[in-house]
Design a protein around this ligand. Structure first.
Ligand SMILES: CC(C)(COP(=O)(O)OP(=O)(O)OC[C@H]1O[C@@H](n2cnc3c(N)ncnc32)[C@H](O)[C@@H]1OP(=O)(O)O)[C@@H](O)C(=O)NCCC(=O)NCCS
Length: 297
């Protein structure tokens, strides 16, 4: 039980009995609405609608029966937190409390509830991401035992002229059908984040990609989702020694093939080789996230 100060005829605080409900009690439009209410003042605006919420839940294996909505006794939603599972790992996402009810331990309650669910479903590890500069959330996650590890960069590229010249010892080829699935079955040189793990891309039918082959036989690839106006959900696997050269060749071909499309790349590890090549090809960093982890024992 949390005690909230509220306007009353006496100066006594009014106790509120918060109710924890399953996210599966709500439809996608309602979930999107609750999410938007918790993020009205968020550092990076990311409004959702029902359809996008449904895609999000499917792509990232969100488990709605174990995800939480906290409400007041009248059923008004005050906050939410989602949990996704892959094998013995859990991922926490969409955590938020509506602005006027923050600082009343609802964030703590949601985190405790989600971690309990991870234990109950035999997860051995939990991960999450927090935007660099979101100190309240980072502090909350630290208090629940999460440690920051790598920084992930979110990059955008509007349609633009290509100034790069790819090396002629790297050959780029379009990938189709089974070849795309073979790429996704590979272990990558740099571990992907939850968003660009193969399991996230496999859910979608509009995946396309290109492979790069160096004269010495080394190879790499970039896969992505191509929609009408935008390329997104990039998954990348290039050998570190050729990262700059291969990414230059691959992205040169990608943007030459689809010159009018915007590109949105999420969670490229900021310290990974190849960042310089992406910047030269026109990618601009919009913000960064920190990936945080906690083992469950
Ligand atoms: C992060 C968030 C969920 C915290 O919810 P909350 O209900 O206000 O948090 P609580 O009252 O349970 O406090 C939990 C802890 O968060 C931290 N915290 C909360 N607000 C804070 C602030 N303004 N500054 C610093 N730390 C803060 C503290 O560590 C606090 O624990 P403590 O008081 O025991 O030290 C809330 O601020 C929020 O919804 N923010 C916008 C959405 C968001 O950032 N989501 C996370 C995305 S990764």
């Amino acid at each position: 039980m949390v005690v909230l100060d509220s306007a009353t005829t006496t100066s006594q605080p009014v106790p509120i009995r918060w109710v924890m409900r399953k996210s599966s009690d709500y439809n996608y439009d309602e979930l999107a609405h609750i999410f938007n209410e918790t993020r009205i003042d968020y550092i990076v605006p990311m409004p959702m609608n029902g359809r996008r919420m449904e895609d999000y839940v499917r792509d990232y294996d969100v488990d709605l029966r174990n995800s939480l909505i906290v409400t007041d006794p009248d059923g008004h939603p005050a906050g939410m937190g989602m949990i996704a599972f892959r094998e013995q790992r859990a991922w926490l996402t969409r955590l938020g409390v509506v602005p006027h009810l923050r600082h009343h331990k609802l964030g703590h309650m949601l985190m405790t509830g989600l971690i309990e669910r991870a234990y109950a479903l035999f997860a051995k590890h939990i991960q999450l991401e927090v935007i660099v500069g979101n100190e309240p959330a980072k502090r909350l996650f630290h208090r629940h035992g999460f440690e920051g590890e790598r920084e992930l960069s979110i990059l955008n590229r509007p349609p633009a002229r290509l100034e790069t010249q790819p090396a002629d010892d790297i050959q780029v080829t379009a990938l189709e059908g089974e070849a795309l699935h073979l790429c996704l079955a590979e272990q990558r040189h740099t571990a992907p984040s939850w968003l660009d793990e193969s399991a996230s891309l496999l859910k979608s039918e509009d995946i396309t990609g290109f492979s790069a082959c160096h004269r010495d036989g080394s190879s790499g690839w970039v896969l992505f989702r191509k929609a009408r106006f935008q390329m997104s959900h990039f998954a990348i696997n290039v050998p570190p020694t050729y990262a700059d050269a291969m990414l230059t060749a691959l992205f040169h071909t990608i943007h030459k093939s689809y010159p009018s499309l915007d590109a949105k790349m999420e969670n490229f590890p900021a310290a990974a080789p190849g960042m310089a090549a992406l910047q030269k090809i026109g990618y601009i960093e919009v913000f960064r996230r920190i990936e945080m982890h906690r083992d469950l024992r």
